[in-house]
Structures are given as structure tokens and as C-alpha cells.
Design a protein around this ligand. Sequence first.
Ligand SMILES: Cc1cc2nc3c(=O)[nH]c(=O)nc-3n(C[C@H](O)[C@H](O)[C@H](O)COP(=O)(O)OP(=O)(O)OC[C@H]3O[C@@H](n4cnc5c(N)ncnc54)[C@H](O)[C@@H]3O)c2cc1C
Ligand SMILES: NC(=O)c1ccc[n+]([C@@H]2O[C@H](COP(=O)([O-])OP(=O)(O)OC[C@H]3O[C@@H](n4cnc5c(N)ncnc54)[C@H](O)[C@@H]3O)[C@@H](O)[C@H]2O)c1
Length: 468
Amino acid sequence: MTERPAAEHFDLLIIGAGSGNTLPPGDEDGPKTAIVDDGPHFGGTCLNVGCIPTKMFVHVADVVRNARDAQRLGVHDVRLRPSWPEVRDRVFGRIDQISEGGESYREHGNPRVTLVRERVEMLGDREVLTASGRRLSAETLVIAAGSRARHHDVVPLSSPLVHTSDTIMRIDDAPRRLAIIGGGSIASEFAHVFSAFGSEVTQLVRGRVLSSLDADVAATFTEAARERWRVETGTSVVDFSEDGRVATLTTDAGERIEVDAVLVAIGRIPNTDTLGTYEVGFDHHDDGRLRVDAYQRVLRDGHPVPGVFALGDIDSEHQLKHVANHEARVVAHNIAVESGRRLMKNTLGPVPDVVFTDPQIASFGVTLERAEQLGYDAFEVMHHYGSTAWGWALEDQRSFCKLVIARGSATILGAHIVGPDAAVLLQPLVLAASFGHSIRGLARGQYWPHPAASEVVENALLRAEEEL
Ligand SMILES: Cc1cc2nc3c(=O)[nH]c(=O)nc-3n(C[C@H](O)[C@H](O)[C@H](O)COP(=O)(O)OP(=O)(O)OC[C@H]3O[C@@H](n4cnc5c(N)ncnc54)[C@H](O)[C@@H]3O)c2cc1C
Ligand SMILES: NC(=O)c1ccc[n+]([C@@H]2O[C@H](COP(=O)([O-])OP(=O)(O)OC[C@H]3O[C@@H](n4cnc5c(N)ncnc54)[C@H](O)[C@@H]3O)[C@@H](O)[C@H]2O)c1
């Protein structure tokens, strides 16, 4: 019988170096810490294969799209040839350096911190086994192991023509024909990117596009998308074949679609199954996320497991970096609680969610339908960009800001914007909703620079106030 190696014991053990990487101490008097991560590039999803590289590609796509669109405004002879290899190398030339610098700092920056670049599995509540057989245990465990791309039943990732968001950004060149399976954020952002880079994109969506968003927003986006790439809703892929050069997808309607590459973007699943959190008896949601309490403590049978916390995609219903980072701040506070501070609750207000596609989409909170289901006496107002001076400059007939308001308290239950700069325009509404501010006086109680795009929000607020 082989004996188990003795456990290396730490004060703090962190699994996952995405938002988990904000937790190790900066000073040499801090807790003895180990941080483990098995990612091919150090620093987690957002930095290496998520938010940051995608938005660097999206910005280029926005530039291209706006320039092509300029013809409509009377600007002619705009010729653009975006170079995929050049943009890709610029993006990863920047990002890989940051990742390598971060890894080197973790390795050598603080003797109290040990970096373990291996996959681990849970052995006990606060103990893990690494792939090479090291046992690591700790007084406090933080599980920040994130999520991974969901695989498709019939489109195998073993084919070199099939990608997820993890691999597609490093390909040699933009494919001539690309099929994107999925109707969520990742699919809609990459459809914008590749269509701007000249690929002939076919987006295959099982239900409707962006089905979790306000129906008018989703419909407006779908209509705009259809002007630039093919969008097939209510369509499933039932068969796949390839000959090394061309992939053929067969839909449930019997259509055969030939492409040079496929992107599978059908959601992300939490890494609890691969980590072994079921085996140690922690509580899970039906979709595989860890259950935590308001203090980010992991639960077993509904009670906090002593010294075990989780943060980010592995527990949150919002798979978003700003949420993972906030949860990391809550955990950082709560693991230092022995030093006398009170536990911090995760009580932040509505979560803004942006889809960086074209047109851009930004929203938080509920739709009117959902507000009514929740029992609110609520109403909605809509203001189009085209009814403001900035909208005239853009020649915009499509974009709008929609607000869902609770009649009694006059607070914002939801905001849904589709159009240029939606993310930035949303923020004053996030502010008002987060602080429970009534919309009474919000529009007229401050200056709104004329003729900026923010007048769309000002006018939506004015409209809402009239309806109260
Ligand atoms: C294409 C794409 C675009 C996105 N764009 C945005 C955006 O614009 N804005 C936004 O807010 N969010 C965006 N997101 C979501 C965002 O990236 C995630 O919500 C966030 O990165 C989650 O952080 P995390 O710390 O929970 O997990 P991660 O950053 O995924 O870190 C988890 C780490 O744990 C490691 N790990 C997992 N299991 C083990 C194990 N058993 N042993 C050792 N290590 C392990 C993984 O290798 C990984 O490095 C995007 C995601 C994707 C995929
Ligand atoms: N800008 C951002 O903030 C941003 C960008 C990209 C990703 N993300 C985060 O990453 C998460 C994952 O993104 P995503 O786009 O993969 O997921 P998603 O949950 O947004 O969308 C998944 C889509 O795939 C469909 N789907 C699921 N299973 C399917 C199947 N078997 N066949 C066909 N379609 C199927 C769903 O109906 C849905 O349309 C998002 O939820 C988001 O939180 C955020």
C-alpha cells in the first residue's frame, strides 16, 4: 500500500488565480499562502481568454463597422482591410506579457506565497491533492476555480475546425465562413468581431437571440445583426462531419451548412465537478454552482463549512468579472475577520450586464413582465436615441433606453439600453438604483451636457417622471 505524502500546511489556500489572485497578501508578514491554478496562461479567464482580449477585438470591430457605416452619413471611399494576424498579435503581445509578469510576481514576489501550477482535487474540507501527488491543506480555503465552456453533444472539440472562446482568438486568420452555435453574449460578441473581419458568419441559435434580455432589446439587436450576418433562430445542430478543411453542420430543419470553422458558445459550467466539491458534500445549485451564504461562506446541509469560502463563476449566478471581483473583496474582508472586524455581507445592488456586440447592449434588473410577476405595480418608458440631438448626428432610428419603474417608490427596477455607448449610458441609472434613489427630480436636479448621448437617459427619466 502506498502511503499518502504528508500535507503541506498553509494559513490560506486559494484554488484559482482569476479573481482569486487578488487575495494573496502583498506583505511578508501576511498569512502563509498557497495559490493553485492549472490554466495554460496565468491569471484566469478574464485576462487570458475572456473580457479583455475579446474587447480588444471588439474595439477593432467597432472601428471597422463605424467606418463602413459612415457611407450612410455621406463619407465615401472608406476602404478597410483589418488584418487578423496583426490585431491578434497586438492583443496577445500585450496580454501574454501581463500574464507572464503576474505569474513571475506570484512565484518570486513574496516568500510567504507559494504558487502551484497544477490541477487539484478536493480531499477534504480544506485539503486538496495536486495532479503530481502533493497534499495541500489550510486553515482557510477559498474556492475560486471559475467555469469552463460547455461542450456540444454533436460538435466535437476534438476536431481542429471546432473552437470555443478559449481557442478561437489565437487562430491563424479569420475564417472565410464561420458558424457560431449559441445565442448568448459570447456568440453575439464574436459574430460582430468576425463579421467585421470579413468572415461570412452564420449564427445558429436554439431559441431566440439573447433570450435572457428584454424582448424589445433582443429583437432590435437581432434585426440589426441580420443586416450583417445570418441569424437562424429556433435551430439546433443535429449532425457534424468534417474532412480536415471543411466542416458540415446539419440542422434540425435538414439544412447542411458548410464552413471553415465552428465556434461553440453555448454557456459555461462551473468547475465544481472537476474539482470534486460534490465528493466532500458541499451544497450545490442544480446548475452545478456552489451554494454560499451572504458572506460567501460555502454551505453544507445549509450551514457554513468552517473556513471555506467561494467567489466568482463557481458560485455566482452572474458570470461576470465585476461580480467575481466584488465577491473577492467580500471574501478578503471575511477571511481577515479574526483580526476583529465584523463579517461583511455581499449586499451590492443590481448587476450591470453589457454585451459588447453591435449595437452594444447594457442592462440591469428586471423587465416589466418580470416586475409584474414579482408583484410590483410597475410601468415602463422608452426613449429613442433618434429623439435627441445626438441621435440626429448618428442618424439613428433604432437605439433606445427603456426604464422599468416601481410606481410607489419611483425607483428603477430595471434599465435596458441598446445602442452606441450603452454601457456608459447605463451607469447613472446603476448609481440611482444601487442607492435606492427615487427618479423624482433626477433628470432636472442636475445638468446633462448638451447635446451628449446622455440626453437619452435624461429624457427617459423625464418621461418616467411624467408617468408617476
Ligand atoms: C469569451 C468571454 C468573454 C467574457 N467577457 C466578459 C466581459 O466583457 N465582462 C465581464 O464582466 N465578464 C466577462 N466574461 C466573464 C468573466 O471572464 C468571468 O466571469 C470571470 O473571469 C470569472 O472569474 P473567476 O475568478 O471566477 O474564474 P476564472 O478567472 O475562470 O479563474 C478560475 C481559475 O481556476 C483554475 N482552475 C479551475 N479548476 C481548477 C483545478 N481543479 N485546479 C487548479 N486550478 C483550477 C482555472 O484554470 C482558472 O485559471 C467573459 C467570459 C468569456 C469566456
Ligand atoms: N460582455 C460580457 O459581460 C460577457 C461576454 C461574454 C461572456 N460573458 C459571460 O459568460 C457567460 C457565458 O457566455 P455564453 O454566451 O456562452 O452563455 P450564455 O448563457 O450567455 O448563452 C448561452 C446560449 O447557448 C444556448 N444553448 C445552451 N445549450 C445549448 C445547446 N446544447 N445547443 C445550442 N444552444 C445552446 C442558450 O440557449 C443561450 O442562447 C455569460 O453568461 C456571461 O455571464 C459575459
